[in-house]
Design a protein around this ligand. Structure first.
Ligand SMILES: C[C@@](CO)(OP(=O)(O)O)[C@H](O)COP(=O)(O)OP(=O)(O)OC[C@H]1O[C@@H](n2ccc(N)nc2=O)[C@H](O)[C@@H]1O
Ligand SMILES: Nc1ncnc2c1ncn2[C@@H]1O[C@H](COP(=O)(O)OP(=O)(O)O)[C@@H](O)[C@H]1O
Length: 322
């Protein structure tokens, strides 16, 4: 008798920006205690998991050449973790993972985390597992601090190492322009640079997230723009001085405000509305300060299955090459 092969499952997982990122002390496990307000953006990766006699990872799109195809790939680590969790050893998993990347690699937008979250959700469906969203969230936290948020999406306050999440009310849709830099930045290096800057001086700190949470509830981008803040920005700019110019160019192009996303080097610019975002993107691309400019909106859903009837043909969002 022929075994029934389940159809492939495709999951779309969002990128994130940190609207507020406050970094506290380094803990004994090496992580920093943080308080952050994440927002999930429409710029996303599509990840397909399929039963296959040739297990492995394929990648196309953003940063293809810079992403590991072996067991270091965060998506493959998610396969291994879920397989172990449900007692299916990796070598018997027979899974092929295909990643269509739009999220910049090592860009501070949690692309690897998005791919890992997508695999957790996609494989649960492919293998018809009885795993709750809560279980998936716990597994996600084992893969990385940003992975739980990639599963839940929306707008959320993250505490601890960023993995303890509480949803935050965000009214209306916010429109963003994203400036990708030529190369990525290593997250541990940027945290390390902040520790160094704090040891020799007193870089500014973002303070409380309360006013930002109120601005999100009001839905007014002008109010939100005044409150964007990131303690890692000084460290990212210290390692990549050209970001100063990029941040200035976005505001000169008409954005309300700009901020480095997470550990950078991607810069996110908040705009008054969708039309303004397209104009800012075009002008920023012309300024020649970054590799690529993209338009995105948020908040959007966390990782979700998009194949079957629900599956729109993925249309790339407007892209302007600088
Ligand atoms: C800075 C942030 C902001 O959301 O995002 P990115 O810019 O990387 O996207 C996160 O804190 C990154 O989360 P993530 O990229 O998942 O980091 P992990 O894999 O958990 O940790 C990588 C390394 O970053 C440092 N790290 C991470 C999180 C944290 N709260 N404190 C830390 O010091 C540690 O050196 C750790 O070994
Ligand atoms: N599926 C993946 N997509 C992107 N990067 C990955 C992936 N798997 C492993 N990596 C590695 O993880 C590191 C962090 O990548 P990423 O999650 O894109 O950035 P960030 O942590 O800045 O948000 C990179 O050095 C990259 O080589």
């Amino acid at each position: 008798m022929l075994a029934v092969v389940p159809p492939p499952v495709t999951v779309r997982a969002p990128s994130k920006i940190n609207l507020h990122l406050g970094i506290g002390d380094q803990r004994s496990d090496g992580y920093h205690e943080i308080s952050t307000v994440f927002q999930a953006l429409s710029l996303s990766d599509d990840v397909t998991v399929a039963a296959s006699e040739e297990p492995g990872v394929d990648v196309q799109g953003e940063g293809t050449g810079t992403i590991p195809r072996n067991s270091d790939n965060l998506a493959w680590r998610a396969v291994r973790l879920l397989a172990e969790h449900v007692g299916r050893p990796e070598d018997e998993s027979g899974v092929r993972v295909m990643i269509r990347k739009e999220i910049p690699v090592a860009g501070g937008m949690a692309g690897g985390s998005a791919d890992a979250a997508a695999v957790l959700l996609g494989l649960s469906a492919l293998w018809d597992l009885d795993v709750t969203r809560e279980d998936l969230g716990t597994l996600a936290g084992k893969l990385g601090s940003d992975v739980p948020f990639a599963l839940s999406g929306g707008t959320a306050l993250g505490t601890g190492r960023g993995d303890q999440l509480v949803p935050v009310l965000s009214r209306h849709t916010f429109h963003w322009v994203l400036a990708f830099d030529n190369r990525g930045l290593s997250t541990p290096k940027v945290y390390g640079e902040l520790d160094r800057l704090r040891a020799v001086g007193d870089p500014p700190r973002v303070g409380s997230y309360d006013p930002l949470v109120e601005a999100l509830a009001s839905g007014d981008p002008r109010q939100l723009a005044l409150l964007l803040g990131n303690d890692l920005q000084a460290a990212a700019v210290s390692l990549r001085s050209n970001l100063r110019r990029t941040l200035r160019a976005g505001v000169e192009a008409g954005a309300l405000a700009g901020v480095v996303s997470g550990s950078g080097p991607t810069c996110a610019f908040l705009c008054t509305d969708g039309d303004s975002a397209v104009e800012v993107a075009a002008q920023l691309a012309g300024a020649g300060v970054c590799r690529t400019v993209r338009v995105a909106h948020g908040p959007v859903h966390g990782a979700r299955i998009v194949d079957g009837e629900d599956s729109p043909e993925p249309t790339p969002p407007p892209q302007v090459h600088a």
